[in-house]
Design a binder for this molecule. Sequence first.
Ligand code: HEM
Length: 459
Amino acid sequence: LHHVASVLPHRRMDMSRRHGPLMHLQLGEVPTMVVSSAEAAALVMKTNDLSFAGRPRTVTTDIFGCAGKDIGFAPYGDHWRQMRKVCIVELLSSKQVKRMEGIRAEEVGNLMRSIAAAASTGATINLSQKVAALSNDVVTRAVFGGKFAQQGEYLRELGEAFRLMSGFCPVDLFPSSRLVRWLSNGERDAKRSHGRIERIIIDVMEGRKAERAASVGTDGEDLLDVLLRLQQQDSLEFPLTTDIIGAVLFDIFAGATENTATVLAWAMWELVRSPETMAKAQQEVRDVLVEDLAVFTDRDLTKLQYMQMIINETFRLHPPAALVPRMCREDCTIMGYDIPKGTNVFINVFAIAQDPACWDNPGEFKPDRFENNVNYNGTYFEFIPFGAGRRQCPGIQFSSSLMEMALTNFLYHFNWKLPDGASLTSFDMSEKFGLAISRKYDQKLRATPHACFKAMSSK
Ligand code: HEM
C-alpha cells in the first residue's frame, strides 16, 4: 500500500516491469488489478470489454457522482446507457462541438491579446494559469452560456472536489472501517463540497427555468439548456432529476477543464525544451497558414499534420488520466489468470505508453514517431490516453478542438523561450498527482510576437 498510495501512483505501479503486465495489488481492503501492457489492455478493453465495463465504487465517487447517477462513475447498466447516449447525441456530438467553435475562437483570441499585452512589456507569462483560465472559460461558456454570479465559487468548489477525488483516500481503501471513516476528513469534506456544488446548480437551474419560460426555440442553446429541454420533454426512461443534471455537469467539468489545460501546458513545456521541434512546428503553422488571421479556427487546423503529431506525443509522454479505473463485472480469465467479479482494475495508460516493447526511446519527446498514423481513437492499445471500448471518453473531440486551436495560435503568433535567468524549477519535470497529472511547477515563459500578430494587433 505504501508503494502505490504515494504521490505518484502511476509511476510506482510501474513495478509491473518486474511483476508483469497483470499485477494483483491488495490496496487496503480493495483487490485491484493493474494492467500494464498493450496486449493486456486490449484483452480488458476490447476482447472482454463488457466484463470490464464497470467503474469502481468508492465512498468519494458515490458522493460526487450521486451514487452512480452521472456518466463517468455510473455502474454499467440501463441508467449509464441512457446517460451516455444523452452525452454522445446531445451534449458532445460533432454538431454540438462545431457549434461551440465561436466560443473557442473568442476565448483563444482573448488569450492571444492578453499574451501580446504581457509580451509588449517584457513580462513573464504564467502559461499554466493562462491555459487553466482558458479551459475553465470555454467550458463555463459551453455549459452555462456565459459568466454567472456564483461562477467563482462554483469553480473553487470543483477544484476542491477534484482534489478530494484524486489519489487514494483512506475511506476508499478501507470502506468498511468505521474508525477510518471517523478519523479521516475525506468523507466529511466531500459531502460538504458536494452540498455547496449542488446548491449552486439548483440556483442556476431555477434561474434558467424562469428565463426559458419566457423564450422559445433551441437556437443558441448551451449544454444546461439542452439538459433542461430533455428534462421538460420527459421522454427518457429515467427522468432527468436535478441531482442527475448536477452530476452530469460535474462530469463535464471534471473531464474537460484540468485535462485539457494540463496537456496544453505540457506540450508547450516540451516544445520550449526542444528548440528544433519548436522550430519545425512553427515552420509548419507559418508555412501552411498563409492568411494573417488574429485567430486560426477549425477550418485552418485540418491542414496541420505535425501539430497533431506534437499533440499525440504530448499525450503519450504525459497522459493526464494515467490510471483508467474499471471494475470487473463477472468472473473472467485474462492471460491465464482468474479475475473474480468485483475486482477493481487500473489500466496504467502511462506505463503502456512508456513500454520499450512498443516505443523506441520511450522517455524522449519525438513527435515524428507518430508519422505512422497511430492515434488516440482507441484502436491502438499502446496509446490510449482517452481509454477505449464502451467507456471510452466521449469528450475527445471537445478537448482536441480546443487544444489544436490554442496550440496553433500560440505557435503562429509568438516565439517562446524561458525567461532570462530561469530558475532550476523551470527545467524540473516533477509531476503533481491530481485528477489530471500536471507539472508540479507552473510553466513561466517569455513570449515575443511574431511579425504577423504585431501587424494584426496594431490594426
Ligand atoms: C485531455 C482531455 C481528456 C482526457 C485525457 C480524458 C480522458 C478520459 C479517460 C481516460 C476516460 C476513461 C475511459 C475509459 O474508461 O476507457 C474518460 C472518461 C470520460 N470523459 Fe474524458 N478525457 C478528456 C476530456 C474530456 C472532456 C472534454 C469531457 C467532456 C466535455 C470528458 C468527459 C468524460 C466522461 C463523461 C467520461 C466517462 C465516460 C463513461 O464512463 O462512459 N472528458 N476520459
